[in-house]
Design a protein around this ligand. Sequence first.
Ligand SMILES: [Zn+2]
Ligand SMILES: [Zn+2]
Ligand SMILES: [Zn+2]
Length: 259
Amino acid sequence: MTSSNDLMRVTVLGSGTSAGVPTLGCRCAVCRSTNPRNKRMRSCAYIEHRGSRFLIDCGTDFRTQALANGVEDVDFVLITHTHTDHIGGLDDLRAFNMIHGHAIDLYATPESLTEIRRRFSYCFQPPPPGGGIPEFTVHEIHGDFEVRGIPIRPVPVFHGKMPIVGFRFERFAWLTDVSSIPDSSFELLRGVRILVTSALRHRPHPTHMSLSEALEVAQRVGAEQTYFIHMCHDLEHEDTNAKLPPNIQLAYDGLTFTV
Ligand SMILES: [Zn+2]
Ligand SMILES: [Zn+2]
Ligand SMILES: [Zn+2]
């Protein structure tokens, strides 16, 4: 049994695809919707567990999301892959460096860390006078690892042809930007109680699962509850959820759950 003080508290800071919803310049019904659940910022999860606060990805909208959701510090960040909608907010973490006086630990695959060092090269050089750059301590992930007493299992998935990772904690998994999941990774997900994974739109896409593909994945994993993220403006929140089973639903920005 899990004691209540061992629960993870998960907040979906961003449930949108790379362009966000509303999409700039678009006048479609979803982009013009006044329902807050049709407003989707870029990908990010905020998790509080065992006295630590951490992110999965740190997308372009991170600062706005942190202000809206009362995120006051981040101990570490897990990176799924280095598309800009997943790492575009890393620079904003410097506010926490300055206030709390600690470097922020970044965990990513060697391939992702190479790209982060290239894209954010100014963060890995001696600070300029006056500082103003984030301070990261980077850690390569190779298989299961533990951070601050939290066991973490990388789950390999494909994002088109690109191998990326999702993350499984004991009872919860977050797999974004998925186009397909190898059989061996379904094994790694066995017994998960809450699954968050991605569903872009109805039509197929070369690097993202469609809603029907994501539904098949959700049914195969068989979690008690599945939430979809990384949606584009093709999916209206209420209409789409009405057609999905109650335990497989679109997430929305600001959704929180404990697991
Ligand atoms: Zn993405
Ligand atoms: Zn639109
Ligand atoms: Zn991506």
